[in-house]
Design a protein around this ligand. Structure first.
Ligand code: FPP
Length: 262
């Protein structure tokens, strides 16, 4: 597994120079992000942890804007894992409050930008008011397709696979599918992420080099990019550096030669 920020020298380039290095036909279609380091970012500045999450939303906004500008159609972000339920109740409530505030105030802007919003995860575990805004935003943006923003909430990759297996068993028992039809593409249809394509690029911020139970099935061939930058500081320049690094990778999908970039 390669850990990298970017090649030496690129850090010195201006944003327009970094943008000029991108080759539009080699951009990823789907970027997934583990937005880590909000709490540490806040603590380093003597602020409460929630200040880091709040600032992290500004990074989400910048990333959405850059995806729209570059034509990256799919962005999937890990906002709340199943493990996050073990955090202090005060932080959980504050995070749910931020989610509700984001959805209730930015629905209009998502619609205006023609962004389809989806949430994936065990959404039944969310407080009713958060579920309300998730459902409303999903319904109001269901017809849009310029970009697809998917937010993982109460999400766990293993739980997703368990839920897919449950769905398959239930449909097999009721005769909707036949056990001998089981193959990879059938399993894929039962995942929360169906019908989204698998991510081409996964970015994890703040120095950790783990997948942490995110999109376990979908990341099978995804390029991994790790950076020490905490999520609240991961802005346009950082995203451009990740995209340039992605374009330098070779994606072979187990084959001998299929070059994404030269
Ligand atoms: C990880 O940082 C981040 C989270 C657990 C939450 C991320 C949530 C947001 C950015 C806001 C919600 C998003 C939307 C779309 C409304 P951490 O707290 O684990 O940081 P640490 O590792 O430094 O403690």
């Amino acid at each position: 597994m390669q850990q990298t920020s970017s090649s030496p020298g690129l850090e010195q380039l201006s944003e327009p120079d970094l943008t000029a290095k991108l080759e539009p036909e080699l951009l990823p279609k789907h970027v997934a992000v583990i937005m880590d380091g909000n709490g540490r970012w806040a603590e380093l500045q003597g602020l409460p942890r929630i200040a880091g999450h709040r600032e992290g939303i500004n990074s989400v906004r910048e990333m959405i804007t850059l995806c729209l500008e570059l034509g990256i159609q799919y962005l999937t972000i890990y906002a709340f894992s199943q493990e996050n339920w073990n955090r202090p109740m005060q932080e959980i409530s504050a995070l749910m409050g931020l989610l509700e505030h984001y959805l209730s105030t930015e629905r209009a802007s998502l619609i205006e930008q023609r962004i389809r919003f989806r949430a994936i995860g065990r959404l039944d575990a969310l407080p009713e008011s958060a579920r309300h805004w998730v459902r409303t935003t999903e319904q109001e943006t269901a017809h849009l397709d310029k970009m697809h923003l998917t937010v993982a909430l109460s999400y766990g990759g293993r739980a997703e696979i368990v839920d897919a297996v449950r769905g398959i068993i239930s449909d097999a028992q009721s005769g909707k599918i036949r056990p001998d039809h089981l193959n990879e593409s059938l399993v894929q249809r039962y995942l929360y992420t169906h019908p989204l394509p698998d991510p081409d690029l996964l970015i994890r911020t703040s120095g950790e080099t783990r997948i942490s139970n995110f999109l376990l099935w979908q990341l099978a061939y995804t390029e991994l990019y790790f950076t020490a930058t905490p999520w609240p500081d991961f802005r346009r320049r950082e995203f451009l550096l990740a995209l340039i690094e992605y374009q330098r990778r070779e994606r072979r999908f187990g084959r001998v030669l299929s070059t994404v970039s030269s």
